[in-house]
Design a protein around this ligand. Structure first.
Ligand SMILES: [Ca+2]
Ligand SMILES: [Ca+2]
Length: 226
């Protein structure tokens, strides 16, 4: 509605010229406010639209990234499985105690573990059993040489004890002590102090009896894995 029509309308309803000027002024004022309001509304709508598009873009990028990470992770798992499988197949003859088991060493058809920490004879026995093995039984010169070389004059517990009956030495796996190899140091076993009931290898790999609570390294032994 323009100013001329507004004046006509006011005259029809008996309004005076002063009223017409006021109404015209009011109309200009309101039209200006409407334009400002419309501009602000457009600005807000533009901002909201841009924010919505940005949010949508972030969600899409996140979904794509997640999908890529999942695909890469899946491929890595497959490669890892393949490598393990190939490694096992290739090296089973070179490492009969298990290609992935560096702690266990092969000798004479069995696997041996040489501990890196010291403990009592009974605790050592328990630790071997936790690893499905038992304290080592040395029943031949060949095995003695292997143990001597590997223990380097340190004290390592072996699976020999006379705790049940003094002087009646027994191997933990039931091997007959009286008919098998021995490698006692000269003058041992001496049961010094009347309480030396557990055996360990020592200097040059020779055996000695000592108190079972003494702290020594230990050797575990187990059959080849199947
Ligand atoms: Ca004894
Ligand atoms: Ca002794």
């Amino acid at each position: 509605m323009d100013e001329e029509h507004l004046q006509d309308d006011l005259q029809v309803f008996g309004a005076n010229p002063g009223d017409t000027r006021a109404a015209t002024s009011h109309l200009v004022c309101c039209s200006s406010k409407d334009r400002n309001f419309t501009q602000r509304l457009r600005s807000f709508l533009t901002i909201y639209l841009l924010l919505a598009l940005s949010f949508l873009l972030i969600i899409v990028l996140f979904a794509v990234s997640l999908s890529r990470v999942s695909a890469i992770s899946s491929k890595l798992n497959e490669v890892s499985k393949d490598q393990k499988h190939n490694f096992s197949d290739r090296d089973i003859l070179l490492f009969p105690c298990g290609p992935s088991s560096r702690e266990w060493e092969y000798f004479g058809g069995k696997c041996y573990y040489f501990s890196l920490s010291r403990t009592s004879w009974h605790e050592a026995k328990a630790r071997c059993e936790e690893m499905h093995s038992h304290l080592a039984v040395i029943d031949s010169h060949a095995k003695q040489n292997f143990v001597t070389f590997r223990t380097r004059n340190e004290r390592f517990w072996i699976g020999l004890t006379d705790e049940n009956a003094e002087g009646e030495w027994e191997w933990v796996d039931g091997t007959d002590y009286k008919t098998t190899f021995t490698f006692w140091k000269e003058g041992e076993p001496n049961n010094s102090g009347s309480n030396e009931d557990c055996a360990h290898v020592w200097v040059s790999g020779e055996w000695n009896d000592v108190h079972c609570t003494f702290k020594c390294y230990y050797i575990c032994q187990k059959p080849l894995p199947r």
